[in-house]
Design a protein around this ligand. Structure first.
Ligand code: AMP
Ligand code: MG
Length: 325
């Protein structure tokens, strides 16, 4: 059984005790729920891969309470990384840096680098302070499926497979962190996320993208299929491309309202951000995918948003979710 812990001193103490003894605790972060283990204990980290059924070639992000503690786990830190950390930590940004010897191979999937992040969520921060260990934490879902933005989502996939979940309510951003590596000091975006390319470019100038920094895919950032729903999902860029409403279809509109011609006739319709705010759309994206997936529809239709700013990260998740195995 998986224990449900309240994010109060008693719950946090229980979570810290589980983590110190090599167990697994799902914790809320501002992006999605993370499945945490002591990053310095390879056996504990192996349990994450087992619980999630995550392939061992997929490296984990290590979470720390401060930039100073994060950079202590890297053997060198380019100026651009320091600038980004100063601007966006604590927050939804992961920096990939050459790893210190103390990081076990399994955390980094044998890569010479490690992904580091200082989260902003108060519950994640309190847990990190209390446990006094770096926490390796990928998203707290079965590998390849939609990421969890509530404790209930975590239990949907992992109940009985992990020791506990700290219930911190719904995640604010609802999209995973932006992952940035460096090539000769220049930032390269490996995965789009809550911090946009525009924000990174404003600080660092030229920004590379999707580059094959290494010789193999760095999933999920670079896996074609990820965030999968069980129900087939089709994407449409414009309202006039949507097929006729159908009693078996669930329609999700990312930004803006439901087109007039589609208000009736579908099994369900949902507009994530009628006002057009992509921040609002991102926050409810994964929950909406889960809900539509469970609605009994035989097809999910999604009207995507403009491919700029946060829209790039949203559409990236949708494209991967739409790829069928
Ligand atoms: P998750 O925590 O499940 O959202 O996924 C973590 C992702 O961060 C990985 O799948 C990679 O895309 C990225 N990542 C973590 N560590 C590294 C690393 N050392 N090098 C490159 N990418 C990394
Ligand atoms: Mg994930």
């Amino acid at each position: 059984m998986t224990r449900q812990l309240a994010p109060d001193p008693k719950g946090l103490d229980a979570a810290a005790t589980i983590l110190r003894s090599g167990g697994l605790v799902a914790m809320p972060t501002e992006t999605v729920y993370g499945l945490a283990a002591n990053a310095l204990n390879p056996v504990a980290v192996a349990r994450i891969f087992e619980a999630k059924r995550r392939p061992s070639f997929d490296p984990l992000i290590v979470h720390l309470p401060s930039a100073e503690q994060a950079f202590a786990l890297a053997t060198s830190v380019p100026d651009a990384a320091r600038r980004l950390a100063a601007a966006f930590w604590p927050g939804p940004l992961t920096l990939v840096l050459p790893r210190a010897a103390i990081i076990p191979d399994i955390v980094a999937a044998e890569l010479p680098t490690v992904g580091l992040r200082v989260p902003a969520h108060p519950v994640a921060r309190q847990l990190l302070e209390r446990v006094g260990l770096p926490l390796a934490a990928p998203s707290a879902n079965l590998f390849g499926f939609v990421s969890p933005t509530s404790a209930a989502h975590v239990l949907d996939g992992l109940d009985g497979r992990i020791d506990a979940v700290l219930d911190g309510g719904t995640c604010a951003h609802g999209l995973e962190s932006t992952v940035v590596a460096f090539e000769e000091g220049r930032p390269i975006i490996l995965r789009h996320g809550a911090i946009t390319r525009e924000q990174i470019a404003a600080l660092c100038g030229a920004v590379g993208e999707g580059a094959r920094v290494l010789e193999r895919p760095l999933a999920p950032g670079q896996l074609a299929r990820h965030y999968a729903t069980r129900t087939p999902l089709r994407l449409f860029d414009r309202a006039d491309q949507l097929p006729e409403p159908a009693a078996t279809a669930a329609l999700i509109v990312i930004a803006g309202s439901i087109p007039d011609a589609h208000r009736k006739g579908n099994l369900s319709t949902r507009a994530l951000a009628p006002s057009g705010s992509l921040t609002e759309a991102a926050a409810s994206l994964f929950a909406a995918l889960r809900e539509a997936d469970a609605s009994g529809a035989s097809e999910l239709r999604i009207l995507t948003c403009d491919d700029s700013g946060l829209g790039r990260a949203i559409n990236d998740r949708l494209r991967r979710a739409a790829v069928r195995a």
